[in-house]
Design a protein around this ligand. Structure first.
Ligand code: 5AD
Ligand code: SF4
Length: 455
């Protein structure tokens, strides 16, 4: 008997019901949309590439900052026009905003279905029950759901790099953060299902897996016996051993939990990429305490020292929030000086956005004016641009092995590859294609890109 092999790429078939999925927010959300597509394909939907063709529009949402949510309401207005044109079109809001704003969304005239991050398995049922007078909602959070038996249907364009969620939820109650409320408690996924998924990707031509969790360092699987227990360092090793030409990346690391074991494991395997994303959030220990990050400036810097010592060529990137409650000029200067000291290769920079329901919203006033927040953000972006340029300039003349992701926007003969350090490299070749490795020498750079030649 021939067993049916499930496609890990989207089914394109005009004769089926069509779903259009729009994704906002983090990498975890991108991967969740792939899980959702797998569930929908099972019940007879095929993916389409425009809202104009869709029978069902799903928007996978983010609540991390207020402007992320405002954007979604803007999209709902667009869907309203489409709905006026085509009766029967169903619009669903899924993801973090569905969890946070459940009732408000259900009352929205455009929205038919509201589904939270742990309830995607009920989508088929909700879709059967939904009709114009009968909106559907499921926002139950789970202590156990990891979707570990579902093979995500990959929506990336290049077929080279894929996300694998290794855990869900978050147990760190950072005072500013909405995620523990929208994604629930932390739970780790069975390592065997992670390995199976990574092997399947490799067999399908993928050359890079990106292991995702809100805090990968707290990944923990309790096996039948002590010997079967798996922590994050061990999981990294298991994935790295699948194949030497399968690159392994991961995010996000937490400064309070990252261990030397993890860094040593990165050093041990050439295919574990030399890049750590280690969000600092602030350079001021007072702010870190108020943020409930459970480390101080010194601890953060000692983690950086460990990385530098064990992996001298490791790139380090970060997230930072300026203008958190009570942030003085002195606190802010400490963040700038920490940036100068660490010399991050790149950074995601935000100003504080108060989120209803968080500890900060209940206890700490959002008391930094928008003018000061904007000024502080602009200044730190300027500083980071300088640091990114310095970091890239230091690579000029060096040789890197890059994994090719596809053609550059400018020309077909110019390809984009990524270094182990996660830097984007542009070079010309007619010998390679997406998914190949190439060895290149960096010839020049901007703050965002390395320009290189094939050697
Ligand atoms: N306001 C601004 N930025 C935030 N982040 C998380 N919550 C907030 C908030 N309320 C940032 C943090 C986190 C990144 C994903 O988003 O820097 O690491
Ligand atoms: Fe991802 Fe956080 Fe946004 Fe949810 S709120 S989508 S977890 S970034």
């Amino acid at each position: 008997m021939i067993q049916e092999i499930k496609s890990i790429r989207p089914i394109v078939d005009d004769s089926l019901k069509q779903v259009f999925i729009e994704t906002y927010g983090c990498q975890m959300n991108v991967n969740d949309s792939e899980v959702v597509l797998a569930i929908l394909q099972e019940c007879g939907y095929a993916l389409c590439d425009s809202i104009g063709k869709a029978d069902l529009i799903l928007v996978n949402t983010c609540s991390i900052r207020e402007n992320a949510e405002q954007r979604i309401f803007g999209r709902l207005d667009i869907f309203r026009l489409e709905k006026k044109r085509r009766k029967g079109l169903i619009v669903g809001v899924i993801g973090c905003m569905a969890e946070r704003m459940k009732d408000q969304l259900l009352e929205h005239p455009v929205v038919d279905i509201v589904v939270g991050p742990d309830a995607y398995r009920s989508l088929p049922e909700l879709l059967l029950a939904v009709n114009p007078g009968n909106k559907q909602i499921d926002v139950k959070l789970s202590r156990t759901e990891t979707y570990d038996d579902i093979t995500p249907v990959r929506m990336d364009k290049n077929g080279v790099s894929a996300y694998i969620s290794i855990m869900r939820g978050c147990n760190n109650v950072c005072s500013y953060c909405i995620v523990p409320y929208t994604r629930g408690a932390e739970r780790s996924r069975d390592p065997q299902t992670i390995i199976r998924e990574a092997k399947e990707l490799y067999a399908n031509g993928y050359k890079e897996v990106n292991l995702l969790g809100q805090n990968v360092d707290s990944y923990r699987w309790k096996g039948e016996s002590e010997n079967d227990n798996v922590d994050f360092a061990k999981l990294l090793e298991m994935v790295a051993q699948i194949a030497p030409d399968l690159r392994v990346r991961f995010s996000t690391s937490h400064p309070k939990d990252m261990t030397a074991d993890v860094v040593k494991m990165m050093a041990k395997y050439p295919n574990i990429c030399k890049h750590i994303h280690l969000p600092v959030q602030s350079g001021s220990s007072d702010m870190l305490l108020k943020m409930n990050r459970k480390y101080d400036r010194e601890k953060y810097l000692s983690q950086i020292a460990t990385i530098r010592e064990l992996i001298p060529d490791c790139s380090i990137t970060t997230d930072v929030i300026v203008g958190f409650s009570g942030e003085s000029e002195e606190d802010y200067q400490l963040t700038l000086s920490l940036f100068e000291e660490v010399k991050f290769d790149s950074a995601f920079m935000f100003y504080y956005s108060e989120r209803p329901g968080t500890k900060a919203s209940r206890h700490y006033p959002d008391d930094i004016s928008i003018e000061v927040k904007t000024e502080r953000l602009n200044k730190i972006i300027e500083l980071q641009n300088k640091l990114s340029l310095e970091s890239n300039k230091a690579d000029v003349g060096k040789v890197f092995e890059v994994l090719i992701e596809g053609a550059s926007k400018r020309s077909e003969s110019q390809l984009i590859g990524r270094t182990s350090q996660n830097k984007v490299c542009v070079f010309t070749t007619d010998k390679h294609k997406a998914g190949d490795y190439a060895t290149v020498r960096v010839t020049s750079c901007t703050s965002a890109t390395l320009m290189a030649e094939l050697i």
